[in-house]
Ligand binder design. Structure first.
Ligand code: GDX
Ligand code: MG
Length: 377
Protein backbone atom coordinates (compact mmCIF):
# COMPACT_ATOMS: atom_id res chain seq x y z
CA UNK A 1 0.00 0.00 0.00
CA UNK A 2 0.98 3.59 -0.52
CA UNK A 3 1.73 6.66 1.58
CA UNK A 4 1.30 10.27 0.45
CA UNK A 5 3.60 12.94 1.94
CA UNK A 6 2.95 16.68 1.79
CA UNK A 7 5.70 18.97 3.18
CA UNK A 8 4.19 22.33 4.17
CA UNK A 9 5.21 25.66 5.66
CA UNK A 10 2.75 28.55 5.23
CA UNK A 11 0.09 27.69 2.68
CA UNK A 12 -3.56 28.51 1.98
CA UNK A 13 -5.40 26.22 4.38
CA UNK A 14 -8.28 25.57 1.98
CA UNK A 15 -5.79 24.31 -0.64
CA UNK A 16 -3.95 22.13 1.87
CA UNK A 17 -7.26 20.74 3.16
CA UNK A 18 -8.46 19.86 -0.30
CA UNK A 19 -5.15 18.15 -1.12
CA UNK A 20 -5.21 16.10 2.09
CA UNK A 21 -8.78 15.06 1.35
CA UNK A 22 -7.98 14.07 -2.23
CA UNK A 23 -5.08 11.93 -1.10
CA UNK A 24 -6.90 10.35 1.87
CA UNK A 25 -9.92 9.57 -0.29
CA UNK A 26 -7.92 7.60 -2.87
CA UNK A 27 -8.43 3.83 -2.74
CA UNK A 28 -4.69 3.09 -3.14
CA UNK A 29 -3.67 5.27 -0.21
CA UNK A 30 -3.17 3.78 3.22
CA UNK A 31 -1.88 6.87 5.03
CA UNK A 32 -1.29 10.58 4.45
CA UNK A 33 1.44 12.57 6.21
CA UNK A 34 1.59 16.35 6.36
CA UNK A 35 5.08 17.29 7.53
CA UNK A 36 5.20 20.78 8.98
CA UNK A 37 8.12 23.25 8.97
CA UNK A 38 7.37 24.05 12.62
CA UNK A 39 5.03 23.15 15.45
CA UNK A 40 3.21 26.51 15.74
CA UNK A 41 -0.19 27.88 14.73
CA UNK A 42 -0.04 26.73 11.10
CA UNK A 43 0.52 23.15 12.14
CA UNK A 44 -2.36 23.35 14.60
CA UNK A 45 -4.65 24.74 11.90
CA UNK A 46 -3.67 21.92 9.52
CA UNK A 47 -4.26 19.38 12.32
CA UNK A 48 -7.81 20.71 12.74
CA UNK A 49 -8.46 20.38 9.01
CA UNK A 50 -6.91 16.92 8.90
CA UNK A 51 -9.20 15.69 11.68
CA UNK A 52 -12.20 16.38 9.44
CA UNK A 53 -10.87 14.49 6.41
CA UNK A 54 -12.43 11.11 5.71
CA UNK A 55 -10.70 8.06 4.25
CA UNK A 56 -7.14 7.04 5.08
CA UNK A 57 -5.69 8.41 8.35
CA UNK A 58 -3.94 11.78 8.03
CA UNK A 59 -1.04 12.43 10.41
CA UNK A 60 0.30 15.93 10.90
CA UNK A 61 3.71 16.33 12.56
CA UNK A 62 6.69 18.69 12.61
CA UNK A 63 9.90 17.96 10.72
CA UNK A 64 12.98 16.92 12.64
CA UNK A 65 16.43 18.42 12.31
CA UNK A 66 18.06 16.02 9.89
CA UNK A 67 20.58 17.92 7.78
CA UNK A 68 23.44 20.39 8.00
CA UNK A 69 22.16 23.19 5.76
CA UNK A 70 19.39 25.73 6.55
CA UNK A 71 16.45 23.88 8.13
CA UNK A 72 13.88 23.90 5.31
CA UNK A 73 11.94 21.69 2.93
CA UNK A 74 14.78 19.16 2.91
CA UNK A 75 14.40 18.44 6.62
CA UNK A 76 10.68 17.95 5.98
CA UNK A 77 11.21 15.43 3.20
CA UNK A 78 14.06 13.64 4.94
CA UNK A 79 12.00 13.27 8.11
CA UNK A 80 9.27 11.62 6.03
CA UNK A 81 11.69 9.41 4.08
CA UNK A 82 13.31 8.08 7.25
CA UNK A 83 9.99 7.29 8.91
CA UNK A 84 8.56 5.78 5.72
CA UNK A 85 11.62 3.53 5.38
CA UNK A 86 11.13 2.38 8.99
CA UNK A 87 7.44 1.59 8.48
CA UNK A 88 8.18 -0.10 5.16
CA UNK A 89 5.56 1.33 2.78
CA UNK A 90 5.55 -0.24 -0.70
CA UNK A 91 5.25 3.15 -2.35
CA UNK A 92 5.62 6.77 -1.23
CA UNK A 93 4.15 9.72 -3.12
CA UNK A 94 5.44 13.25 -2.46
CA UNK A 95 3.51 16.38 -3.45
CA UNK A 96 3.87 20.09 -2.71
CA UNK A 97 1.00 21.18 -0.43
CA UNK A 98 0.16 24.33 -2.46
CA UNK A 99 -0.95 22.68 -5.72
CA UNK A 100 -4.41 23.99 -6.59
CA UNK A 101 -5.17 21.43 -9.29
CA UNK A 102 -4.06 18.36 -7.33
CA UNK A 103 -6.50 15.49 -7.67
CA UNK A 104 -6.80 11.69 -7.82
CA UNK A 105 -5.45 11.72 -11.38
CA UNK A 106 -1.94 12.60 -10.08
CA UNK A 107 -2.00 9.54 -7.82
CA UNK A 108 -3.56 7.32 -10.52
CA UNK A 109 -0.92 8.32 -13.07
CA UNK A 110 1.95 7.53 -10.72
CA UNK A 111 0.44 4.30 -9.37
CA UNK A 112 -0.36 2.93 -12.82
CA UNK A 113 3.18 3.66 -13.99
CA UNK A 114 4.60 1.92 -10.90
CA UNK A 115 2.32 -1.04 -11.64
CA UNK A 116 4.13 -1.33 -14.98
CA UNK A 117 7.43 -1.87 -13.14
CA UNK A 118 8.83 1.64 -12.72
CA UNK A 119 10.53 2.26 -9.37
CA UNK A 120 10.65 6.03 -9.68
CA UNK A 121 7.92 8.09 -11.30
CA UNK A 122 8.43 11.83 -11.58
CA UNK A 123 5.58 14.08 -12.59
CA UNK A 124 6.46 16.58 -15.29
CA UNK A 125 4.22 19.39 -16.40
CA UNK A 126 4.19 22.44 -18.66
CA UNK A 127 4.92 25.77 -16.96
CA UNK A 128 4.57 29.37 -18.11
CA UNK A 129 7.46 30.56 -20.28
CA UNK A 130 8.67 32.94 -17.56
CA UNK A 131 8.16 30.46 -14.69
CA UNK A 132 10.74 27.83 -13.67
CA UNK A 133 13.61 30.28 -14.02
CA UNK A 134 15.80 28.39 -11.55
CA UNK A 135 15.22 25.19 -13.47
CA UNK A 136 15.96 26.79 -16.86
CA UNK A 137 18.83 29.09 -15.90
CA UNK A 138 20.62 27.19 -13.13
CA UNK A 139 19.74 23.54 -12.68
CA UNK A 140 19.33 22.25 -16.21
CA UNK A 141 22.30 24.22 -17.63
CA UNK A 142 24.53 23.11 -14.76
CA UNK A 143 23.44 19.49 -15.18
CA UNK A 144 24.12 19.85 -18.92
CA UNK A 145 27.64 21.14 -18.22
CA UNK A 146 28.39 18.49 -15.58
CA UNK A 147 26.52 15.46 -16.99
CA UNK A 148 26.21 15.87 -20.77
CA UNK A 149 24.59 13.01 -22.62
CA UNK A 150 22.82 11.67 -19.52
CA UNK A 151 19.16 12.05 -18.64
CA UNK A 152 19.91 14.59 -15.88
CA UNK A 153 19.76 17.74 -18.06
CA UNK A 154 16.80 16.35 -19.99
CA UNK A 155 14.39 15.87 -17.12
CA UNK A 156 11.46 18.27 -17.38
CA UNK A 157 11.30 19.22 -13.71
CA UNK A 158 14.55 18.39 -11.94
CA UNK A 159 13.40 20.61 -9.06
CA UNK A 160 9.82 19.41 -9.02
CA UNK A 161 8.57 18.07 -5.72
CA UNK A 162 6.03 15.65 -7.18
CA UNK A 163 6.99 12.00 -7.47
CA UNK A 164 6.38 8.39 -6.52
CA UNK A 165 9.17 6.30 -4.99
CA UNK A 166 8.98 2.58 -4.39
CA UNK A 167 10.03 1.21 -0.99
CA UNK A 168 13.41 0.16 -2.39
CA UNK A 169 14.12 3.72 -3.55
CA UNK A 170 12.92 5.18 -0.23
CA UNK A 171 15.24 2.92 1.75
CA UNK A 172 18.22 3.89 -0.39
CA UNK A 173 17.44 7.61 -0.14
CA UNK A 174 17.01 7.43 3.64
CA UNK A 175 20.50 5.91 3.83
CA UNK A 176 22.16 8.36 1.42
CA UNK A 177 24.22 10.92 3.39
CA UNK A 178 24.21 13.43 0.50
CA UNK A 179 20.40 13.43 0.53
CA UNK A 180 19.97 13.44 4.30
CA UNK A 181 22.32 16.38 4.87
CA UNK A 182 20.48 18.58 2.34
CA UNK A 183 17.90 20.21 4.62
CA UNK A 184 17.29 23.29 2.45
CA UNK A 185 15.88 23.94 -1.07
CA UNK A 186 18.78 21.88 -2.43
CA UNK A 187 16.88 18.71 -1.53
CA UNK A 188 15.09 18.49 -4.89
CA UNK A 189 18.39 18.51 -6.79
CA UNK A 190 19.87 15.84 -4.53
CA UNK A 191 16.79 13.64 -4.83
CA UNK A 192 16.92 13.98 -8.60
CA UNK A 193 20.58 12.99 -8.82
CA UNK A 194 20.22 10.18 -6.29
CA UNK A 195 17.12 8.64 -7.88
CA UNK A 196 18.64 8.78 -11.36
CA UNK A 197 21.97 7.39 -10.12
CA UNK A 198 20.24 4.36 -8.55
CA UNK A 199 19.80 2.95 -12.03
CA UNK A 200 16.28 1.75 -11.21
CA UNK A 201 13.55 1.89 -13.89
CA UNK A 202 12.54 5.55 -14.17
CA UNK A 203 9.54 7.25 -15.79
CA UNK A 204 8.36 10.82 -16.25
CA UNK A 205 4.60 11.05 -16.02
CA UNK A 206 3.07 14.00 -17.88
CA UNK A 207 0.44 16.19 -16.23
CA UNK A 208 -1.04 17.94 -19.26
CA UNK A 209 -2.91 20.58 -17.26
CA UNK A 210 0.30 21.83 -15.64
CA UNK A 211 1.01 22.30 -11.95
CA UNK A 212 -1.05 25.21 -10.67
CA UNK A 213 0.40 26.68 -7.49
CA UNK A 214 1.35 29.94 -5.78
CA UNK A 215 3.41 32.12 -8.18
CA UNK A 216 5.73 34.97 -7.23
CA UNK A 217 5.64 38.76 -7.23
CA UNK A 218 9.17 40.07 -7.39
CA UNK A 219 11.78 37.37 -7.94
CA UNK A 220 13.30 38.55 -4.65
CA UNK A 221 10.91 36.05 -3.05
CA UNK A 222 13.01 33.16 -4.35
CA UNK A 223 16.45 34.60 -3.58
CA UNK A 224 17.21 31.88 -1.03
CA UNK A 225 15.98 29.16 -3.39
CA UNK A 226 18.27 30.43 -6.17
CA UNK A 227 21.46 30.29 -4.12
CA UNK A 228 20.62 26.98 -2.41
CA UNK A 229 19.74 25.30 -5.72
CA UNK A 230 22.97 26.68 -7.23
CA UNK A 231 24.99 25.24 -4.36
CA UNK A 232 23.24 21.87 -4.59
CA UNK A 233 23.91 21.42 -8.30
CA UNK A 234 27.49 22.62 -7.78
CA UNK A 235 27.94 19.94 -5.12
CA UNK A 236 27.19 17.21 -7.68
CA UNK A 237 30.24 17.95 -9.82
CA UNK A 238 32.63 15.05 -10.05
CA UNK A 239 30.03 12.45 -9.09
CA UNK A 240 29.59 9.50 -11.47
CA UNK A 241 27.49 10.13 -14.59
CA UNK A 242 24.36 7.97 -14.41
CA UNK A 243 23.37 5.61 -17.21
CA UNK A 244 19.63 5.36 -16.52
CA UNK A 245 17.38 5.62 -19.58
CA UNK A 246 14.68 8.29 -19.72
CA UNK A 247 11.17 7.08 -20.48
CA UNK A 248 8.31 9.56 -20.54
CA UNK A 249 4.71 10.00 -21.58
CA UNK A 250 4.35 11.65 -24.98
CA UNK A 251 3.90 15.44 -25.05
CA UNK A 252 0.38 16.87 -24.92
CA UNK A 253 -1.17 20.19 -25.98
CA UNK A 254 -0.33 23.10 -23.67
CA UNK A 255 -3.27 24.80 -21.89
CA UNK A 256 -3.94 28.20 -23.50
CA UNK A 257 -4.07 30.12 -20.22
CA UNK A 258 -0.59 28.82 -19.26
CA UNK A 259 0.77 30.21 -22.52
CA UNK A 260 -0.41 33.67 -21.49
CA UNK A 261 0.70 33.57 -17.84
CA UNK A 262 3.38 36.06 -16.80
CA UNK A 263 5.06 34.42 -13.85
CA UNK A 264 6.66 37.41 -12.11
CA UNK A 265 6.62 41.21 -11.85
CA UNK A 266 9.13 42.61 -14.37
CA UNK A 267 9.35 46.13 -12.99
CA UNK A 268 9.94 45.17 -9.36
CA UNK A 269 12.44 42.53 -10.44
CA UNK A 270 14.42 44.94 -12.66
CA UNK A 271 14.75 47.34 -9.73
CA UNK A 272 16.69 44.66 -7.84
CA UNK A 273 19.65 44.91 -10.22
CA UNK A 274 20.80 48.27 -8.93
CA UNK A 275 19.93 48.03 -5.23
CA UNK A 276 22.12 46.90 -2.35
CA UNK A 277 25.57 46.94 -3.99
CA UNK A 278 28.33 46.99 -1.37
CA UNK A 279 32.02 47.72 -1.86
CA UNK A 280 32.73 44.04 -1.20
CA UNK A 281 30.29 42.94 -3.91
CA UNK A 282 31.80 45.35 -6.44
CA UNK A 283 35.25 44.00 -5.60
CA UNK A 284 34.08 40.45 -6.18
CA UNK A 285 32.21 41.41 -9.37
CA UNK A 286 35.49 42.84 -10.71
CA UNK A 287 36.87 39.27 -10.79
CA UNK A 288 34.06 37.92 -12.99
CA UNK A 289 34.13 37.32 -16.72
CA UNK A 290 32.75 40.49 -18.41
CA UNK A 291 33.16 42.33 -15.13
CA UNK A 292 32.76 45.81 -16.63
CA UNK A 293 29.36 44.92 -18.10
CA UNK A 294 28.15 43.37 -14.84
CA UNK A 295 29.26 46.39 -12.86
CA UNK A 296 27.27 48.81 -14.99
CA UNK A 297 24.34 47.62 -12.88
CA UNK A 298 25.60 49.74 -10.03
CA UNK A 299 24.26 52.74 -11.98
CA UNK A 300 21.39 51.37 -14.07
CA UNK A 301 19.89 48.01 -15.06
CA UNK A 302 22.01 46.43 -17.80
CA UNK A 303 21.53 42.82 -18.77
CA UNK A 304 21.08 42.43 -22.57
CA UNK A 305 24.59 41.03 -22.93
CA UNK A 306 23.79 37.94 -20.87
CA UNK A 307 22.69 35.63 -23.71
CA UNK A 308 22.91 31.83 -23.51
CA UNK A 309 26.55 31.74 -24.57
CA UNK A 310 27.72 34.41 -22.13
CA UNK A 311 25.66 32.83 -19.36
CA UNK A 312 27.40 29.50 -19.99
CA UNK A 313 30.73 31.17 -19.19
CA UNK A 314 29.31 32.97 -16.15
CA UNK A 315 27.59 29.87 -14.79
CA UNK A 316 30.79 27.89 -15.28
CA UNK A 317 32.58 30.47 -13.15
CA UNK A 318 29.86 30.29 -10.48
CA UNK A 319 30.12 26.49 -10.43
CA UNK A 320 33.84 26.89 -9.81
CA UNK A 321 33.77 29.62 -7.21
CA UNK A 322 30.36 30.26 -5.61
CA UNK A 323 30.29 29.98 -1.79
CA UNK A 324 26.93 29.35 -0.10
CA UNK A 325 26.67 31.23 3.19
CA UNK A 326 28.97 34.05 2.04
CA UNK A 327 26.61 37.05 1.77
CA UNK A 328 28.76 38.74 -0.88
CA UNK A 329 28.73 35.70 -3.16
CA UNK A 330 25.03 35.11 -2.52
CA UNK A 331 24.13 38.67 -3.46
CA UNK A 332 26.27 38.61 -6.59
CA UNK A 333 25.11 35.18 -7.78
CA UNK A 334 21.48 36.18 -7.31
CA UNK A 335 22.07 39.42 -9.22
CA UNK A 336 23.72 37.57 -12.11
CA UNK A 337 20.82 35.12 -12.27
CA UNK A 338 18.38 38.07 -12.34
CA UNK A 339 20.29 39.57 -15.27
CA UNK A 340 20.08 36.31 -17.20
CA UNK A 341 16.36 35.91 -16.43
CA UNK A 342 15.66 39.49 -17.53
CA UNK A 343 17.73 39.11 -20.71
CA UNK A 344 15.60 36.11 -21.67
CA UNK A 345 12.30 37.62 -20.53
CA UNK A 346 12.75 40.79 -22.57
CA UNK A 347 13.97 38.93 -25.66
CA UNK A 348 12.97 35.32 -26.45
CA UNK A 349 10.09 35.14 -23.98
CA UNK A 350 8.40 37.89 -26.00
CA UNK A 351 8.23 35.61 -29.06
CA UNK A 352 5.35 33.62 -27.59
CA UNK A 353 5.17 30.42 -25.61
CA UNK A 354 6.20 27.85 -28.22
CA UNK A 355 9.18 29.81 -29.53
CA UNK A 356 10.31 30.67 -26.01
CA UNK A 357 10.26 27.06 -24.80
CA UNK A 358 11.94 25.84 -28.01
CA UNK A 359 14.68 28.42 -27.41
CA UNK A 360 15.15 27.33 -23.78
CA UNK A 361 15.39 23.68 -24.84
CA UNK A 362 17.98 24.63 -27.46
CA UNK A 363 20.11 26.32 -24.78
CA UNK A 364 20.27 23.05 -22.82
CA UNK A 365 21.46 21.16 -25.91
CA UNK A 366 24.00 23.91 -26.51
CA UNK A 367 25.41 23.56 -22.97
CA UNK A 368 25.59 19.78 -23.36
CA UNK A 369 27.49 20.12 -26.64
CA UNK A 370 29.85 22.72 -25.17
CA UNK A 371 30.87 20.39 -22.42
CA UNK A 372 31.77 17.78 -25.06
CA UNK A 373 34.02 20.23 -26.87
CA UNK A 374 35.73 21.80 -23.90
CA UNK A 375 35.87 18.89 -21.46
CA UNK A 376 33.32 18.51 -18.70
CA UNK A 377 33.56 20.45 -15.46
N1 GDX B 1 8.11 20.85 5.92
C1 GDX B 1 8.48 21.93 5.24
N2 GDX B 1 9.51 22.68 5.73
N3 GDX B 1 7.87 22.25 4.08
C2 GDX B 1 8.28 23.34 3.42
C3 GDX B 1 9.30 24.18 3.89
C4 GDX B 1 9.94 23.83 5.13
O1 GDX B 1 10.83 24.51 5.63
N4 GDX B 1 9.47 25.19 3.01
C5 GDX B 1 8.57 24.99 2.02
N5 GDX B 1 7.86 23.88 2.27
C6 GDX B 1 6.81 23.30 1.46
C7 GDX B 1 5.78 24.28 0.96
O2 GDX B 1 4.75 24.54 1.89
C8 GDX B 1 5.28 23.56 -0.29
O3 GDX B 1 4.35 22.57 0.03
C9 GDX B 1 6.57 22.89 -0.82
O4 GDX B 1 7.44 22.78 0.29
C10 GDX B 1 7.22 23.69 -1.93
O5 GDX B 1 7.35 25.02 -1.51
P1 GDX B 1 6.85 26.24 -2.41
O6 GDX B 1 7.02 27.46 -1.59
O7 GDX B 1 5.53 25.94 -3.00
O8 GDX B 1 7.97 26.19 -3.48
P2 GDX B 1 7.84 26.59 -5.00
O9 GDX B 1 8.21 28.00 -5.09
O10 GDX B 1 6.58 26.15 -5.58
O11 GDX B 1 9.02 25.71 -5.55
C11 GDX B 1 8.81 24.38 -5.90
O12 GDX B 1 9.26 24.24 -7.18
C12 GDX B 1 10.59 24.63 -7.31
C13 GDX B 1 10.90 24.57 -8.78
O13 GDX B 1 10.54 23.57 -9.44
O14 GDX B 1 11.44 25.56 -9.31
C14 GDX B 1 9.54 23.52 -4.87
O15 GDX B 1 9.25 22.14 -5.04
C15 GDX B 1 10.97 23.79 -4.97
O16 GDX B 1 11.69 22.87 -4.16
C16 GDX B 1 11.44 23.74 -6.41
O17 GDX B 1 12.74 24.16 -6.46
MG1 MG C 1 4.70 26.16 -4.95
Amino acid sequence: MSLVVFPFKEEDLAVVGSNLANAAGHSRIEEVWAVSAGDGDTMEAVERIASEVSGAPVRVFPQERMGRFRPGKGDGLNTALRLAAEVGFDRVHIYDADITNFGPDWIDGAEETADRGYYIVRHRFPRAATDAMITWMVTRPALAISFPGTILPRLGQPLGGEMLLTGEAVRRLAADPRVVERSDWGIDTMLTYATVAMGLPFWEHHIADGKRHALYGSLDEIRVMVVECLDAVRSLRGLPAPTTTLRSDPPAPIPEDLKRTVAYDLERTTALLTTGWTAAEAELAATLPMADLVMRNRERPFYEFLDAETWGVMLGDLLDRFVLGDPVWESLAFRLWLMRVLAYTTDQARLGYDAAIAYLESTIRYYEAGADHHGSR
